[in-house]
Ligand binder design. Sequence first.
Ligand code: FUB
Ligand code: ZN
Length: 671
Amino acid sequence: MKKQYVTTPNIDEVSITSGLFARISKLVKEQVLPCQWEILNDTAKDAVPDHSIENFSVAEGNDEGYPSHCIANFKIAAGLEKGDFYGMVFQDSDLAKWLEAVSYRLMSDPNEELEKIVDETIDIIGKAQQEDGYLNTYFTIREPQNRFTNLCECHELYCAGHMMEAAAAYYKATGKDKLLKIMCRMADLIDASFGPEENKRHGYPGHEEIELALVKMYKATKEERYLKLAKYFIDERGKTPYYFDIEFEKRNHASHFSYLYPPYGMYSNGPKYEQYHLPIREQKTFEGHSVRCMYMASGAIDVARLTEDKELLDACKGLYQNMVQKRMYLTGGIGSTPKAEMFTSDYDLPNDMVYGETCASVGVMFFTKRLLEAEQNGDYADTMERALYNTCLAGMSLDGKSFFYVNPLEVDPVISRENPDRAHVLPVRPAWFGCACCPPNLSRMITSLPEYMYTICNNEIYVNLYIANKAKLQLKDQTVDIEVQTEYPYKGKINLTAETEGKYAVCLRIPSWSREKWKAQINFFEVSQAVENGFLHLERTWKKGDKVTLELDFEPKRIYANPLVSKDVGKVAVQCGPLVYCLEEADNGKGLQRIYLPKDAGLKLAEKPEKLMGINEIYAKGYRLKTLENSQELYVENTKWNYELVNLTFIPYYTWANRGENEMTVWIHEK
Ligand code: FUB
Ligand code: ZN
């Protein structure tokens, strides 16, 4: 494993100029981040719309999540207010993710007023920090004597990790190091408490996160101990005897989550739930909690690259293959069961019982970004794109005011309401959650999108995502300006202009769905070379103003699942470009599970600039199986089935549930 110059752009080096992500980035900046700030401060009652979610309970069994009490927890821990801790034990991470998102937003658009708010918040965080560097509002307020005694459940290292990410981001955005120093003190305390030495705890986090965060701290401070500690946590996981068994006995079986996972809370979920069943290097399948898996693998790749550890990197690549070949939804969702938000077994991908947590798909973005840094293979970017355009975007309403935690591929609101097994599958987005991990995770991902759009390796620019932008990219030997113009994901034409002279390569991803049909030109001359590892390498001595044009296949396509996915047998889905489509009751009436799409039905694409903030619809002629006319029987022996002709309208999956409560399905019977 040779160390190479590999990087991703700084956020201020890429400006998104138009199209879907210009709209969404603006929305996050102007609507989502201010609204989330109000929520964290418990001042949002009026700012948050009252979505009708009566009778629906969110995944963790609590209500819409008001008040958040997140900032109040910090003020109480800081001694600035009186009161008790309220919320999840990892409530601190909501603020950390928000701070990180705001830092990215400040990188692309400095704002003094916002920076002042952040600085004041950092002052409170500093006051909440204990003498020895410890920072966690739950333990400080409620159980100061029990720090680091229940890593399996209590998320101290997870919360620390998120605040470290925020600290590194804010330092990069502003050069201000107060939060970074606060988190160095916490990292030093953790380093003094965990490690191979006799006098330290031989543990690791129950929810991975700190590993990748320590790598960011290492990059920000150049402090080798942080990288060493990240590597320690990666290598320690899965060793026997299991640390969590030892810890469980030591704390006399006490649990914080027995209400959710009886009798012993998260510990009851077993070693796979928190990926400590095996050392990471020996894991061949992603097991357990899907978000944890993504964070674990992301941290492991970071460590593998920095320490030139091929074995560890190969293990992560193997896990990736298991995920995309056997355990991922067409929409880029992962996690097939609400029970502990976990992966289950290969090919078990139920559409209506799915979990598909928004955070997990944001985690897919983290994971694939790092895979691309390790190996520039377009397949990773295809998966990144699948997660981004489908589950991640579906995680937020078009107006940025409400969010999905669970992202189903099939919903019937009546069943969601009446069947307790489907209570997690909401047909409308709540404005917030008691367990509010997803909304601020989306914010930090969207505000840092430039980091995903390109990977730079030596003097090669890998274009991972096609988003209209102007970029100044730091290659190994020179800085290169490029401009991308496109209406992707609604049109397949991409124009890229090289604004800088010099010898470098522009590597265009040819998505797997367009491998059969694409056309590229440089200055109107056709390019004929082969696609390698999913990228078309255009290496030459560029002149300023050279134009590259790429045309991808934007015909709507029928997609079929491997027959081993039993829930999709005999069914078809529709995709166009990177967008997976779905049928919604608002366009197609009730009874979506009785609809058939004939094999030979044409799929017609139509531009709808006014609908759902601008989409392309897809039309097809289909059939709906009629209900039994003359019988109230539940079961009949013989009957003549009747079908009615219906005009089907498909909309992009990410736009579903923006017109009130209704049925939705991605997979449709084929006839
Ligand atoms: O445990 C912290 C976060 O809350 C997880 O990443 C999510 O899945 C949710 O359980
Ligand atoms: Zn989440």
